[in-house]
Design a protein around this ligand. Structure first.
Ligand code: M6R
Length: 622
Protein backbone atom coordinates (compact mmCIF):
# COMPACT_ATOMS: atom_id res chain seq x y z
CA UNK A 1 0.00 0.00 0.00
CA UNK A 2 1.94 3.00 -1.25
CA UNK A 3 5.66 3.09 -1.84
CA UNK A 4 8.02 5.73 -0.57
CA UNK A 5 11.56 6.65 -1.62
CA UNK A 6 14.07 9.27 -0.57
CA UNK A 7 17.54 10.38 -1.55
CA UNK A 8 20.19 12.78 -0.31
CA UNK A 9 23.67 12.79 -1.82
CA UNK A 10 25.91 14.00 -4.59
CA UNK A 11 23.64 13.37 -7.57
CA UNK A 12 20.42 14.93 -8.81
CA UNK A 13 17.63 13.46 -6.69
CA UNK A 14 14.65 13.45 -9.06
CA UNK A 15 15.87 10.79 -11.55
CA UNK A 16 16.93 8.57 -8.63
CA UNK A 17 13.56 9.01 -6.93
CA UNK A 18 11.70 8.17 -10.15
CA UNK A 19 13.84 5.12 -10.72
CA UNK A 20 13.15 3.94 -7.16
CA UNK A 21 9.42 4.57 -7.56
CA UNK A 22 9.37 2.52 -10.76
CA UNK A 23 10.53 -0.46 -8.69
CA UNK A 24 7.84 0.18 -6.10
CA UNK A 25 4.92 0.85 -8.41
CA UNK A 26 3.59 -2.60 -7.53
CA UNK A 27 2.77 -1.17 -4.10
CA UNK A 28 0.31 1.39 -5.46
CA UNK A 29 -0.24 3.04 -8.78
CA UNK A 30 -3.05 5.57 -8.78
CA UNK A 31 -0.86 8.67 -8.50
CA UNK A 32 2.73 9.63 -7.73
CA UNK A 33 4.72 12.66 -6.66
CA UNK A 34 8.10 13.96 -5.62
CA UNK A 35 9.46 16.89 -3.60
CA UNK A 36 13.05 17.96 -4.28
CA UNK A 37 15.23 20.62 -2.69
CA UNK A 38 18.20 22.35 -4.22
CA UNK A 39 20.42 23.38 -1.27
CA UNK A 40 18.56 25.80 0.95
CA UNK A 41 15.95 26.72 -1.67
CA UNK A 42 12.30 25.84 -1.06
CA UNK A 43 11.14 22.39 -2.06
CA UNK A 44 9.70 21.90 -5.51
CA UNK A 45 6.70 19.54 -5.56
CA UNK A 46 5.49 17.74 -8.68
CA UNK A 47 2.56 15.30 -8.73
CA UNK A 48 0.61 13.43 -11.36
CA UNK A 49 -2.39 11.13 -11.27
CA UNK A 50 -2.31 7.70 -12.89
CA UNK A 51 0.75 5.62 -13.55
CA UNK A 52 4.29 6.77 -12.83
CA UNK A 53 4.95 7.44 -16.51
CA UNK A 54 2.74 10.56 -16.20
CA UNK A 55 5.06 11.94 -13.54
CA UNK A 56 8.09 10.96 -15.60
CA UNK A 57 6.70 12.85 -18.60
CA UNK A 58 5.84 15.86 -16.49
CA UNK A 59 9.36 16.10 -15.09
CA UNK A 60 11.21 15.12 -18.27
CA UNK A 61 12.35 11.95 -16.48
CA UNK A 62 13.35 14.02 -13.50
CA UNK A 63 15.68 16.33 -15.44
CA UNK A 64 13.35 19.29 -15.01
CA UNK A 65 13.54 19.19 -11.21
CA UNK A 66 16.83 20.38 -9.74
CA UNK A 67 18.28 19.42 -6.35
CA UNK A 68 20.09 16.61 -4.60
CA UNK A 69 17.74 15.99 -1.69
CA UNK A 70 14.22 14.68 -2.16
CA UNK A 71 11.37 12.35 -1.30
CA UNK A 72 8.87 10.49 -3.48
CA UNK A 73 5.67 8.51 -3.26
CA UNK A 74 3.50 6.18 -5.31
CA UNK A 75 -0.03 5.95 -3.97
CA UNK A 76 -2.70 3.33 -3.34
CA UNK A 77 -5.61 5.50 -2.24
CA UNK A 78 -7.11 5.01 1.21
CA UNK A 79 -8.29 8.38 2.57
CA UNK A 80 -9.48 10.44 -0.38
CA UNK A 81 -9.83 9.21 -3.94
CA UNK A 82 -7.02 9.12 -6.50
CA UNK A 83 -6.53 12.77 -7.50
CA UNK A 84 -3.73 15.24 -7.91
CA UNK A 85 -4.77 17.06 -4.74
CA UNK A 86 -4.72 13.89 -2.67
CA UNK A 87 -1.44 12.67 -4.20
CA UNK A 88 1.67 12.98 -2.02
CA UNK A 89 3.87 14.84 -1.09
CA UNK A 90 1.78 16.89 1.32
CA UNK A 91 2.78 20.16 2.90
CA UNK A 92 2.18 22.18 6.04
CA UNK A 93 1.02 25.22 4.05
CA UNK A 94 -2.28 25.81 2.37
CA UNK A 95 -1.71 24.31 -0.99
CA UNK A 96 0.00 21.36 -2.53
CA UNK A 97 -2.73 20.63 -4.98
CA UNK A 98 -1.04 22.27 -7.93
CA UNK A 99 0.51 20.18 -10.66
CA UNK A 100 3.96 21.42 -9.77
CA UNK A 101 5.77 24.31 -8.22
CA UNK A 102 7.83 25.60 -5.36
CA UNK A 103 6.09 25.26 -2.01
CA UNK A 104 6.28 27.92 0.64
CA UNK A 105 5.66 25.42 3.44
CA UNK A 106 7.98 24.74 6.34
CA UNK A 107 7.33 21.02 6.30
CA UNK A 108 6.78 18.69 3.35
CA UNK A 109 6.37 14.92 3.57
CA UNK A 110 5.17 11.58 2.23
CA UNK A 111 3.59 8.72 4.12
CA UNK A 112 2.75 5.05 3.73
CA UNK A 113 0.19 3.72 6.21
CA UNK A 114 -2.95 5.00 7.89
CA UNK A 115 -3.42 7.61 10.59
CA UNK A 116 -6.53 6.25 12.29
CA UNK A 117 -7.36 9.26 14.47
CA UNK A 118 -6.82 11.82 11.72
CA UNK A 119 -10.33 13.31 12.06
CA UNK A 120 -9.84 14.16 15.72
CA UNK A 121 -6.37 15.61 14.99
CA UNK A 122 -7.73 17.59 12.05
CA UNK A 123 -10.31 19.23 14.26
CA UNK A 124 -7.62 20.21 16.74
CA UNK A 125 -5.53 21.74 13.95
CA UNK A 126 -8.52 23.57 12.46
CA UNK A 127 -8.98 25.26 15.83
CA UNK A 128 -5.39 26.43 15.62
CA UNK A 129 -5.93 28.04 12.25
CA UNK A 130 -4.72 25.31 9.90
CA UNK A 131 -6.56 24.88 6.61
CA UNK A 132 -6.76 21.64 4.64
CA UNK A 133 -6.67 21.24 0.89
CA UNK A 134 -6.90 17.41 0.62
CA UNK A 135 -8.94 14.58 2.08
CA UNK A 136 -5.89 12.65 3.22
CA UNK A 137 -4.79 11.56 6.66
CA UNK A 138 -1.23 12.35 5.59
CA UNK A 139 -1.85 16.08 5.28
CA UNK A 140 -3.03 16.00 8.90
CA UNK A 141 0.17 14.26 10.03
CA UNK A 142 2.39 16.77 8.22
CA UNK A 143 0.48 19.71 9.70
CA UNK A 144 0.65 18.20 13.17
CA UNK A 145 4.44 17.99 12.88
CA UNK A 146 4.48 21.64 11.77
CA UNK A 147 2.26 22.57 14.74
CA UNK A 148 4.56 20.96 17.33
CA UNK A 149 7.65 22.25 15.56
CA UNK A 150 6.44 25.83 15.92
CA UNK A 151 4.59 25.61 19.20
CA UNK A 152 7.49 24.13 21.15
CA UNK A 153 10.26 25.63 19.01
CA UNK A 154 12.01 22.26 18.98
CA UNK A 155 14.12 20.51 16.36
CA UNK A 156 12.70 18.08 13.77
CA UNK A 157 13.27 14.94 15.84
CA UNK A 158 11.37 16.30 18.85
CA UNK A 159 8.55 17.64 16.68
CA UNK A 160 8.17 14.26 14.98
CA UNK A 161 8.38 12.41 18.32
CA UNK A 162 5.55 14.52 19.74
CA UNK A 163 3.50 13.75 16.63
CA UNK A 164 4.20 10.04 16.96
CA UNK A 165 2.87 10.08 20.49
CA UNK A 166 -0.39 11.69 19.32
CA UNK A 167 -1.16 9.68 16.18
CA UNK A 168 -2.66 6.20 16.14
CA UNK A 169 -2.12 3.89 13.21
CA UNK A 170 0.74 2.93 10.99
CA UNK A 171 3.29 4.98 9.14
CA UNK A 172 6.52 5.11 7.24
CA UNK A 173 6.99 8.84 7.08
CA UNK A 174 9.59 10.98 5.31
CA UNK A 175 9.76 14.68 6.06
CA UNK A 176 11.86 17.64 4.93
CA UNK A 177 12.01 20.87 6.94
CA UNK A 178 12.65 24.19 5.17
CA UNK A 179 15.09 25.16 7.96
CA UNK A 180 17.18 22.01 7.49
CA UNK A 181 18.47 21.80 3.91
CA UNK A 182 20.04 18.53 2.71
CA UNK A 183 18.42 16.58 5.52
CA UNK A 184 15.54 14.11 5.50
CA UNK A 185 13.79 12.98 8.66
CA UNK A 186 11.98 9.66 8.83
CA UNK A 187 9.77 7.82 11.31
CA UNK A 188 8.32 4.36 11.28
CA UNK A 189 5.60 2.31 12.93
CA UNK A 190 4.17 -0.87 11.36
CA UNK A 191 4.89 0.15 7.77
CA UNK A 192 8.06 -0.98 6.03
CA UNK A 193 11.10 1.22 5.51
CA UNK A 194 14.76 0.56 4.86
CA UNK A 195 17.65 3.00 4.70
CA UNK A 196 20.55 2.33 2.36
CA UNK A 197 23.91 4.01 2.76
CA UNK A 198 26.86 4.10 0.45
CA UNK A 199 29.77 6.42 -0.13
CA UNK A 200 28.35 9.93 0.37
CA UNK A 201 24.76 8.97 -0.47
CA UNK A 202 21.72 7.90 1.49
CA UNK A 203 18.60 6.18 0.13
CA UNK A 204 15.22 5.47 1.67
CA UNK A 205 12.67 2.98 0.37
CA UNK A 206 9.69 0.87 1.31
CA UNK A 207 11.30 -2.21 -0.16
CA UNK A 208 14.67 -3.55 -1.25
CA UNK A 209 14.22 -3.53 -5.08
CA UNK A 210 14.02 0.28 -5.07
CA UNK A 211 17.63 0.68 -3.95
CA UNK A 212 19.22 -2.62 -4.92
CA UNK A 213 21.19 -1.19 -7.85
CA UNK A 214 22.50 1.65 -5.65
CA UNK A 215 23.56 -0.15 -2.49
CA UNK A 216 23.19 -3.44 -0.68
CA UNK A 217 24.05 -2.00 2.72
CA UNK A 218 20.94 -1.14 4.66
CA UNK A 219 19.67 -0.23 8.08
CA UNK A 220 16.34 -1.58 9.25
CA UNK A 221 14.60 1.16 11.18
CA UNK A 222 12.47 -0.30 13.97
CA UNK A 223 8.97 0.45 15.17
CA UNK A 224 8.57 3.79 16.94
CA UNK A 225 11.99 4.91 15.77
CA UNK A 226 13.11 7.97 13.84
CA UNK A 227 16.19 8.89 11.85
CA UNK A 228 17.99 11.96 10.60
CA UNK A 229 19.48 11.33 7.19
CA UNK A 230 22.19 13.35 5.51
CA UNK A 231 24.41 12.45 2.56
CA UNK A 232 26.08 9.12 3.37
CA UNK A 233 25.00 9.02 7.01
CA UNK A 234 22.06 7.98 9.16
CA UNK A 235 21.47 8.75 12.85
CA UNK A 236 18.70 6.88 14.66
CA UNK A 237 16.55 8.03 17.58
CA UNK A 238 14.01 6.48 19.91
CA UNK A 239 10.74 8.11 20.96
CA UNK A 240 12.48 9.98 23.79
CA UNK A 241 14.70 11.65 21.23
CA UNK A 242 17.74 9.70 22.44
CA UNK A 243 20.19 8.53 19.82
CA UNK A 244 20.39 4.74 19.30
CA UNK A 245 22.93 2.54 17.54
CA UNK A 246 22.07 0.36 14.54
CA UNK A 247 24.01 -2.17 12.54
CA UNK A 248 24.43 -1.96 8.80
CA UNK A 249 23.15 -5.20 7.20
CA UNK A 250 24.11 -6.55 3.78
CA UNK A 251 21.21 -7.60 1.51
CA UNK A 252 21.75 -10.93 -0.22
CA UNK A 253 19.49 -10.35 -3.29
CA UNK A 254 21.22 -9.60 -6.59
CA UNK A 255 20.13 -6.78 -8.89
CA UNK A 256 18.89 -9.12 -11.68
CA UNK A 257 16.44 -10.76 -9.33
CA UNK A 258 14.40 -7.55 -9.29
CA UNK A 259 14.44 -7.05 -13.10
CA UNK A 260 12.20 -8.62 -15.77
CA UNK A 261 15.12 -10.43 -17.43
CA UNK A 262 13.63 -10.59 -20.92
CA UNK A 263 10.11 -11.66 -19.90
CA UNK A 264 7.15 -9.52 -20.84
CA UNK A 265 5.84 -9.52 -17.28
CA UNK A 266 7.27 -10.08 -13.84
CA UNK A 267 4.59 -12.70 -13.24
CA UNK A 268 5.83 -14.90 -16.08
CA UNK A 269 9.41 -14.44 -14.98
CA UNK A 270 8.49 -15.38 -11.43
CA UNK A 271 6.52 -18.43 -12.60
CA UNK A 272 9.68 -19.59 -14.38
CA UNK A 273 11.87 -18.94 -11.36
CA UNK A 274 9.89 -21.49 -9.34
CA UNK A 275 12.06 -24.55 -9.96
CA UNK A 276 15.11 -22.68 -8.70
CA UNK A 277 13.61 -20.94 -5.69
CA UNK A 278 11.67 -24.00 -4.56
CA UNK A 279 14.92 -25.99 -4.78
CA UNK A 280 16.76 -23.26 -2.83
CA UNK A 281 14.11 -23.30 -0.12
CA UNK A 282 14.26 -27.09 0.10
CA UNK A 283 18.07 -27.09 0.28
CA UNK A 284 18.11 -24.46 2.99
CA UNK A 285 16.12 -26.82 5.25
CA UNK A 286 17.77 -30.09 4.23
CA UNK A 287 21.07 -31.15 5.77
CA UNK A 288 22.77 -34.55 6.05
CA UNK A 289 19.90 -36.36 4.41
CA UNK A 290 17.19 -35.03 6.67
CA UNK A 291 15.14 -31.96 7.64
CA UNK A 292 17.13 -29.45 9.64
CA UNK A 293 15.27 -26.58 11.25
CA UNK A 294 18.15 -25.48 13.48
CA UNK A 295 18.46 -22.13 11.67
CA UNK A 296 14.77 -21.57 12.25
CA UNK A 297 15.40 -21.94 15.97
CA UNK A 298 12.89 -24.76 16.49
CA UNK A 299 14.38 -27.45 18.76
CA UNK A 300 13.11 -30.99 19.21
CA UNK A 301 12.12 -30.07 22.73
CA UNK A 302 10.05 -27.13 21.46
CA UNK A 303 8.31 -29.38 18.96
CA UNK A 304 7.47 -32.00 21.55
CA UNK A 305 5.78 -29.30 23.62
CA UNK A 306 3.37 -28.16 20.90
CA UNK A 307 -0.21 -29.39 21.13
CA UNK A 308 -1.08 -28.41 17.56
CA UNK A 309 -0.51 -25.88 14.81
CA UNK A 310 -2.53 -22.79 13.98
CA UNK A 311 -1.82 -21.16 10.62
CA UNK A 312 -2.68 -17.48 10.33
CA UNK A 313 -2.32 -15.58 7.06
CA UNK A 314 -4.08 -13.65 4.29
CA UNK A 315 -4.88 -14.35 0.65
CA UNK A 316 -2.57 -16.81 -1.07
CA UNK A 317 -0.54 -17.28 2.09
CA UNK A 318 -3.75 -18.44 3.78
CA UNK A 319 -4.24 -20.91 0.92
CA UNK A 320 -0.83 -22.34 1.75
CA UNK A 321 -2.02 -22.87 5.31
CA UNK A 322 -5.13 -24.60 3.97
CA UNK A 323 -3.00 -27.07 1.98
CA UNK A 324 -0.50 -27.55 4.80
CA UNK A 325 -3.26 -28.43 7.25
CA UNK A 326 -4.00 -31.65 5.35
CA UNK A 327 -0.30 -32.55 5.19
CA UNK A 328 0.46 -31.92 8.87
CA UNK A 329 -2.68 -33.66 10.10
CA UNK A 330 -1.79 -36.72 8.08
CA UNK A 331 1.98 -36.87 8.58
CA UNK A 332 2.34 -35.52 12.12
CA UNK A 333 -1.12 -36.39 13.43
CA UNK A 334 -1.44 -32.99 15.09
CA UNK A 335 -4.59 -30.88 15.22
CA UNK A 336 -4.32 -27.97 12.78
CA UNK A 337 -6.35 -24.77 12.51
CA UNK A 338 -6.20 -22.35 9.62
CA UNK A 339 -7.27 -18.78 10.33
CA UNK A 340 -7.69 -15.68 8.23
CA UNK A 341 -5.53 -13.09 9.96
CA UNK A 342 -8.14 -10.36 9.53
CA UNK A 343 -10.67 -12.49 11.44
CA UNK A 344 -8.28 -13.98 13.97
CA UNK A 345 -7.12 -10.60 15.21
CA UNK A 346 -10.60 -9.54 16.30
CA UNK A 347 -12.37 -12.80 17.05
CA UNK A 348 -10.84 -13.46 20.45
CA UNK A 349 -10.14 -17.04 19.39
CA UNK A 350 -9.79 -19.72 22.01
CA UNK A 351 -6.56 -21.47 21.17
CA UNK A 352 -4.51 -23.70 23.35
CA UNK A 353 -1.44 -21.87 24.71
CA UNK A 354 0.74 -24.73 23.52
CA UNK A 355 -0.34 -24.46 19.92
CA UNK A 356 2.38 -23.24 17.61
CA UNK A 357 1.02 -20.27 15.69
CA UNK A 358 2.50 -20.12 12.19
CA UNK A 359 2.19 -16.78 10.41
CA UNK A 360 2.80 -17.08 6.67
CA UNK A 361 3.63 -13.95 4.70
CA UNK A 362 5.65 -13.08 1.61
CA UNK A 363 6.12 -9.42 2.49
CA UNK A 364 6.28 -9.87 6.24
CA UNK A 365 4.43 -6.57 6.47
CA UNK A 366 0.76 -7.49 5.93
CA UNK A 367 -1.05 -5.46 8.57
CA UNK A 368 -3.59 -8.14 9.51
CA UNK A 369 -0.98 -10.89 9.74
CA UNK A 370 1.27 -8.70 11.86
CA UNK A 371 -1.62 -7.86 14.19
CA UNK A 372 -2.54 -11.55 14.43
CA UNK A 373 1.06 -12.38 15.32
CA UNK A 374 0.95 -9.82 18.13
CA UNK A 375 -2.39 -11.17 19.32
CA UNK A 376 -0.97 -14.70 19.44
CA UNK A 377 2.13 -13.58 21.33
CA UNK A 378 0.06 -11.59 23.78
CA UNK A 379 -1.87 -14.80 24.49
CA UNK A 380 1.38 -16.55 25.28
CA UNK A 381 1.64 -18.66 22.11
CA UNK A 382 4.96 -19.22 20.37
CA UNK A 383 4.98 -17.87 16.83
CA UNK A 384 6.84 -19.23 13.83
CA UNK A 385 6.99 -16.87 10.84
CA UNK A 386 7.33 -18.29 7.34
CA UNK A 387 8.46 -15.11 5.61
CA UNK A 388 10.19 -14.09 2.40
CA UNK A 389 11.43 -10.58 3.14
CA UNK A 390 14.43 -10.57 5.44
CA UNK A 391 14.19 -8.12 8.31
CA UNK A 392 10.46 -7.51 7.78
CA UNK A 393 8.25 -6.73 10.77
CA UNK A 394 6.77 -10.23 10.99
CA UNK A 395 10.24 -11.78 10.81
CA UNK A 396 11.50 -9.51 13.53
CA UNK A 397 8.63 -10.08 15.94
CA UNK A 398 8.26 -13.85 15.63
CA UNK A 399 9.89 -16.32 18.02
CA UNK A 400 11.13 -18.51 15.16
CA UNK A 401 11.74 -17.50 11.54
CA UNK A 402 11.79 -19.74 8.49
CA UNK A 403 12.87 -17.70 5.49
CA UNK A 404 11.58 -18.78 2.10
CA UNK A 405 14.17 -18.09 -0.57
CA UNK A 406 11.91 -16.77 -3.34
CA UNK A 407 13.92 -13.56 -3.81
CA UNK A 408 12.11 -10.32 -4.58
CA UNK A 409 8.58 -10.95 -5.84
CA UNK A 410 7.35 -7.97 -7.83
CA UNK A 411 4.16 -9.12 -9.54
CA UNK A 412 1.14 -8.40 -7.36
CA UNK A 413 -0.14 -11.92 -8.00
CA UNK A 414 2.09 -14.23 -6.01
CA UNK A 415 3.50 -17.36 -7.62
CA UNK A 416 7.05 -18.17 -6.56
CA UNK A 417 6.61 -17.04 -2.96
CA UNK A 418 3.49 -19.21 -2.70
CA UNK A 419 5.41 -22.23 -4.01
CA UNK A 420 8.27 -21.67 -1.59
CA UNK A 421 5.81 -21.33 1.28
CA UNK A 422 4.28 -24.69 0.33
CA UNK A 423 7.73 -26.27 0.37
CA UNK A 424 8.47 -24.73 3.77
CA UNK A 425 5.29 -26.20 5.25
CA UNK A 426 6.11 -29.67 3.84
CA UNK A 427 9.50 -29.56 5.57
CA UNK A 428 7.82 -28.45 8.78
CA UNK A 429 5.29 -31.29 8.48
CA UNK A 430 8.06 -33.86 8.08
CA UNK A 431 10.00 -32.56 11.06
CA UNK A 432 6.88 -32.48 13.24
CA UNK A 433 6.07 -36.03 12.15
CA UNK A 434 9.54 -37.40 12.89
CA UNK A 435 10.08 -35.64 16.21
CA UNK A 436 6.65 -36.65 17.47
CA UNK A 437 7.27 -40.24 16.48
CA UNK A 438 4.50 -40.36 13.88
CA UNK A 439 6.85 -40.72 10.93
CA UNK A 440 9.80 -43.10 10.67
CA UNK A 441 13.16 -41.82 9.41
CA UNK A 442 12.79 -44.18 6.43
CA UNK A 443 9.38 -42.82 5.48
CA UNK A 444 10.65 -39.29 5.96
CA UNK A 445 13.59 -40.03 3.63
CA UNK A 446 11.14 -41.34 1.03
CA UNK A 447 9.09 -38.17 1.26
CA UNK A 448 12.23 -36.04 1.05
CA UNK A 449 13.29 -37.70 -2.17
CA UNK A 450 9.79 -36.99 -3.52
CA UNK A 451 10.18 -33.32 -2.53
CA UNK A 452 13.53 -33.19 -4.30
CA UNK A 453 11.70 -34.03 -7.55
CA UNK A 454 9.36 -31.05 -7.37
CA UNK A 455 11.61 -28.47 -9.11
CA UNK A 456 12.24 -30.79 -12.07
CA UNK A 457 8.53 -31.62 -12.34
CA UNK A 458 7.66 -27.91 -12.37
CA UNK A 459 10.14 -27.47 -15.23
CA UNK A 460 8.35 -30.20 -17.19
CA UNK A 461 4.99 -28.47 -16.70
CA UNK A 462 6.47 -25.17 -17.84
CA UNK A 463 7.87 -26.82 -20.97
CA UNK A 464 4.33 -27.73 -21.98
CA UNK A 465 2.72 -24.35 -21.33
CA UNK A 466 1.63 -23.60 -24.92
CA UNK A 467 -1.44 -25.86 -24.65
CA UNK A 468 -2.66 -23.76 -21.76
CA UNK A 469 -2.01 -20.61 -23.73
CA UNK A 470 -4.22 -21.95 -26.51
CA UNK A 471 -6.94 -22.91 -24.02
CA UNK A 472 -6.74 -19.52 -22.32
CA UNK A 473 -7.25 -17.70 -25.63
CA UNK A 474 -10.38 -19.79 -26.22
CA UNK A 475 -11.82 -18.96 -22.78
CA UNK A 476 -10.62 -15.38 -22.41
CA UNK A 477 -14.17 -14.05 -22.40
CA UNK A 478 -15.77 -16.63 -20.15
CA UNK A 479 -18.10 -15.11 -17.53
CA UNK A 480 -17.79 -17.51 -14.60
CA UNK A 481 -15.25 -20.12 -13.62
CA UNK A 482 -15.61 -22.70 -10.85
CA UNK A 483 -12.62 -24.58 -9.46
CA UNK A 484 -13.56 -27.75 -7.64
CA UNK A 485 -11.55 -30.33 -5.74
CA UNK A 486 -11.43 -32.30 -2.52
CA UNK A 487 -8.83 -32.28 0.25
CA UNK A 488 -5.56 -30.71 -0.87
CA UNK A 489 -7.10 -30.32 -4.33
CA UNK A 490 -9.64 -27.97 -2.76
CA UNK A 491 -6.85 -25.91 -1.16
CA UNK A 492 -5.18 -25.62 -4.57
CA UNK A 493 -8.51 -24.69 -6.16
CA UNK A 494 -8.67 -21.73 -3.80
CA UNK A 495 -5.36 -20.49 -5.15
CA UNK A 496 -6.29 -21.18 -8.78
CA UNK A 497 -9.48 -19.22 -8.36
CA UNK A 498 -7.71 -16.26 -6.74
CA UNK A 499 -5.13 -16.18 -9.55
CA UNK A 500 -7.96 -16.12 -12.08
CA UNK A 501 -9.98 -13.31 -10.53
CA UNK A 502 -7.20 -11.01 -9.37
CA UNK A 503 -5.47 -10.64 -12.72
CA UNK A 504 -8.23 -11.53 -15.23
CA UNK A 505 -11.18 -9.83 -13.51
CA UNK A 506 -13.27 -12.90 -14.30
CA UNK A 507 -15.67 -14.02 -11.62
CA UNK A 508 -14.50 -17.31 -10.18
CA UNK A 509 -15.17 -19.46 -7.14
CA UNK A 510 -13.39 -22.35 -5.54
CA UNK A 511 -15.53 -25.07 -4.02
CA UNK A 512 -14.94 -28.22 -2.09
CA UNK A 513 -16.34 -30.46 -4.81
CA UNK A 514 -18.78 -32.22 -2.50
CA UNK A 515 -20.21 -28.91 -1.35
CA UNK A 516 -21.30 -27.74 -4.79
CA UNK A 517 -24.64 -29.48 -4.71
CA UNK A 518 -25.57 -27.67 -1.49
CA UNK A 519 -26.39 -24.48 -3.34
CA UNK A 520 -23.74 -23.34 -5.77
CA UNK A 521 -24.62 -25.80 -8.51
CA UNK A 522 -27.62 -23.60 -9.30
CA UNK A 523 -25.13 -21.15 -10.86
CA UNK A 524 -23.94 -23.66 -13.44
CA UNK A 525 -25.37 -22.98 -16.87
CA UNK A 526 -24.45 -23.51 -20.51
CA UNK A 527 -20.80 -22.63 -21.09
CA UNK A 528 -19.79 -22.15 -17.44
CA UNK A 529 -16.18 -23.27 -17.14
CA UNK A 530 -15.67 -25.84 -14.37
CA UNK A 531 -12.11 -26.85 -13.60
CA UNK A 532 -11.78 -30.10 -11.71
CA UNK A 533 -8.54 -30.38 -9.73
CA UNK A 534 -7.74 -34.06 -9.35
CA UNK A 535 -4.48 -34.70 -7.54
CA UNK A 536 -5.74 -37.01 -4.78
CA UNK A 537 -6.04 -40.55 -6.06
CA UNK A 538 -8.39 -41.63 -3.26
CA UNK A 539 -10.78 -38.76 -4.03
CA UNK A 540 -10.43 -38.83 -7.81
CA UNK A 541 -13.68 -40.63 -8.61
CA UNK A 542 -15.68 -38.54 -6.17
CA UNK A 543 -14.57 -35.30 -7.82
CA UNK A 544 -15.15 -36.76 -11.28
CA UNK A 545 -18.76 -37.46 -10.22
CA UNK A 546 -19.16 -33.84 -9.17
CA UNK A 547 -17.74 -32.71 -12.51
CA UNK A 548 -20.22 -34.92 -14.33
CA UNK A 549 -23.05 -33.32 -12.35
CA UNK A 550 -21.89 -29.94 -13.66
CA UNK A 551 -21.60 -31.22 -17.22
CA UNK A 552 -25.19 -32.43 -17.06
CA UNK A 553 -26.14 -28.80 -16.41
CA UNK A 554 -24.24 -27.41 -19.37
CA UNK A 555 -20.75 -26.81 -17.94
CA UNK A 556 -17.59 -27.03 -20.05
CA UNK A 557 -15.16 -29.22 -18.12
CA UNK A 558 -11.44 -28.84 -17.76
CA UNK A 559 -9.63 -31.56 -15.83
CA UNK A 560 -6.27 -31.12 -14.15
CA UNK A 561 -4.66 -34.38 -13.14
CA UNK A 562 -1.53 -36.52 -13.26
CA UNK A 563 -0.31 -38.39 -16.34
CA UNK A 564 -1.82 -41.85 -16.33
CA UNK A 565 -5.41 -40.81 -15.62
CA UNK A 566 -6.19 -40.82 -19.33
CA UNK A 567 -9.73 -42.11 -18.78
CA UNK A 568 -10.58 -38.58 -17.70
CA UNK A 569 -10.77 -37.71 -21.40
CA UNK A 570 -14.13 -39.53 -21.50
CA UNK A 571 -15.50 -36.90 -19.13
CA UNK A 572 -13.55 -33.66 -19.48
CA UNK A 573 -13.58 -31.48 -22.60
CA UNK A 574 -9.98 -30.37 -22.05
CA UNK A 575 -7.30 -31.92 -19.85
CA UNK A 576 -4.04 -30.58 -18.51
CA UNK A 577 -1.62 -33.20 -17.21
CA UNK A 578 1.11 -32.91 -14.61
CA UNK A 579 3.77 -35.43 -13.53
CA UNK A 580 2.81 -38.00 -10.91
CA UNK A 581 3.70 -37.16 -7.33
CA UNK A 582 2.82 -38.25 -3.81
CA UNK A 583 -0.62 -36.83 -2.99
CA UNK A 584 0.62 -34.83 0.01
CA UNK A 585 2.86 -32.69 -2.18
CA UNK A 586 1.14 -32.75 -5.55
CA UNK A 587 -0.34 -29.31 -4.87
CA UNK A 588 3.06 -27.87 -5.77
CA UNK A 589 2.54 -29.17 -9.31
CA UNK A 590 -1.21 -28.66 -9.67
CA UNK A 591 -0.88 -24.98 -8.97
CA UNK A 592 1.48 -24.33 -11.90
CA UNK A 593 -1.06 -24.80 -14.75
CA UNK A 594 -3.53 -22.71 -12.75
CA UNK A 595 -1.01 -19.87 -12.44
CA UNK A 596 -0.36 -20.12 -16.19
CA UNK A 597 -4.07 -20.13 -16.96
CA UNK A 598 -4.68 -16.96 -14.94
CA UNK A 599 -1.67 -15.35 -16.58
CA UNK A 600 -2.58 -16.24 -20.18
CA UNK A 601 -6.22 -15.22 -19.76
CA UNK A 602 -5.13 -11.86 -18.36
CA UNK A 603 -2.75 -11.35 -21.30
CA UNK A 604 -5.42 -12.42 -23.81
CA UNK A 605 -7.77 -9.84 -22.30
CA UNK A 606 -5.10 -7.16 -22.67
CA UNK A 607 -4.89 -6.45 -18.93
CA UNK A 608 -2.04 -5.20 -16.81
CA UNK A 609 -0.89 -8.56 -15.46
CA UNK A 610 1.63 -7.29 -12.92
CA UNK A 611 -0.44 -4.43 -11.58
CA UNK A 612 -4.09 -5.47 -11.50
CA UNK A 613 -6.63 -2.79 -10.71
CA UNK A 614 -7.44 -1.89 -7.09
CA UNK A 615 -4.68 -4.10 -5.70
CA UNK A 616 -1.28 -3.58 -4.16
CA UNK A 617 1.43 -6.08 -3.43
CA UNK A 618 1.89 -5.48 0.21
CA UNK A 619 -1.29 -4.79 2.18
CA UNK A 620 -0.07 -2.69 5.07
CA UNK A 621 -3.52 -1.34 5.96
CA UNK A 622 -6.46 -3.20 7.52
O1 M6R B 1 2.74 -10.48 1.81
P1 M6R B 1 1.72 -11.50 2.23
O2 M6R B 1 2.10 -12.87 1.82
O3 M6R B 1 1.37 -11.42 3.68
O4 M6R B 1 0.41 -11.13 1.42
C1 M6R B 1 -0.80 -11.79 1.66
C2 M6R B 1 -1.77 -11.55 0.53
O5 M6R B 1 -2.04 -10.19 0.39
C3 M6R B 1 -1.22 -12.09 -0.79
O6 M6R B 1 -0.93 -13.45 -0.71
C4 M6R B 1 -2.22 -11.87 -1.93
O7 M6R B 1 -3.38 -12.61 -1.72
C5 M6R B 1 -1.54 -12.22 -3.24
N1 M6R B 1 -1.01 -11.06 -3.83
C6 M6R B 1 -2.43 -12.89 -4.21
O8 M6R B 1 -1.74 -13.24 -5.36
Amino acid sequence: MCGIVGFVGKHQAAPILLEGLSKLEYRGYDSAGIAVRDGDKKAEVVKATGRLKNLEEKTDDGKAVVGSCGIGHTRWATHGGPSQTNAHPHVSGNCSGSASGTVESDVVGVHNGIIENYQELKEKLLKHGYEFYSETDTEVAIKLIDYYYKKYKVGPIDAIAKTMVRVRGSYALEVMFADYPNEIYVARKDSPMIIGVTDGETFIASDVPAILNRTKNVYYIGNNEMARLVAGQAEFYDLNGDQIEKELVEIKFDVESAEKGGYEHFMMKEIHEQPKVVRDTFNSLYKNGTVDLSEVGLTEEDIKGFSGVCFVACGSAWHVGMAAAYVIEDLAKMPVRVELASEFRYRKPVIDKNMLVVVISQSGETADSLAALREAKARGNKVLAIVNVVGSSIAREADYVLYTLAGPEISVATTKAYSCQLMATYMLALELGVVRGELSQEKCAEYLSELEQIPECIEKILDDKERLQWFAAKFANVKDVFFIGRGIDYAISLEGSLKMKEISYIHSEAYAAGELKHGTISLIEDGTLVIGVLGQDDLYEKTISNMVECKARGAYLMGLTAYGHYEIEDTADFVSYIPKMDGHFIGSLLVIPLQLLGYYISVARGLDVDKPRNLAKSVTVE
